[in-house]
Design a binder for this molecule. Structure first.
Ligand code: ZN
Length: 162
């Protein structure tokens, strides 16, 4: 069983489907249901229910079955949520996140940074050196910023996740 109270899992789902989508995830029944049925149960607008179900489907967290009505010939989609794939998804997301921070850390390691005295932003050496150490945005002086703390924070984050 997937624990929806787990803040990490909650965060991942919230990222995927948004707040209204979370209402769908939390209130989906175990048995098959149509999108109309979900909208009725959850009070979430039908277009958001559909969007949420497709996002879940794309991430292998929901499946559907088509059923043709013998009289009308219309197709009905019967949805079923299955969050068992979430741990794998979580693993993949975490790996992606680690790659991102590793890239950031490399960037921090390979550059020197300068900040504008007016807080316009943070610039790398090459940019401000060309402008004789003036802010490219407002022209104010820039000052060197020790990025040791930034690097330590990124390293700590990577260690926590690996
Ligand atoms: Zn500036």
């Amino acid at each position: 069983m997937v624990n929806l109270d787990d803040p990490v899992i909650q965060g991942l789902l919230l990222n995927l489907v948004g707040e209204e989508g979370m209402n769908v995830v939390i209130n989906m029944p175990e048995e098959e249901i149509t999108d109309d049925g979900v909208a009725e149960i959850t009070n979430v607008p039908l277009n958001i229910v559909r969007r949420t179900l497709y996002i879940l489907f794309e991430n292998r967290l929901a499946t559907y079955r088509r059923e043709r009505n013998k009289d009308s010939g219309w197709l009905t989609y019967l949805w079923k949520i299955d969050l068992n794939g979430i741990n794998e998804l979580l693993k993949a997301e975490t790996e992606k996140f680690i790659r991102n921070i590793t890239t950031k850390l490399e960037f921090e390691n390979n550059n020197m940074f300068y900040v504008c005295k007016n807080n316009c932003g943070r610039f790398v050496f090459d940019i401000v050196a060309e402008l004789e150490f003036l802010c490219p945005n407002c022209g104010e002086d820039v000052v060197f910023e020790d990025n040791e703390l930034v690097k330590q924070t990124l390293k700590k984050r990577i260690n926590e996740l690996t």
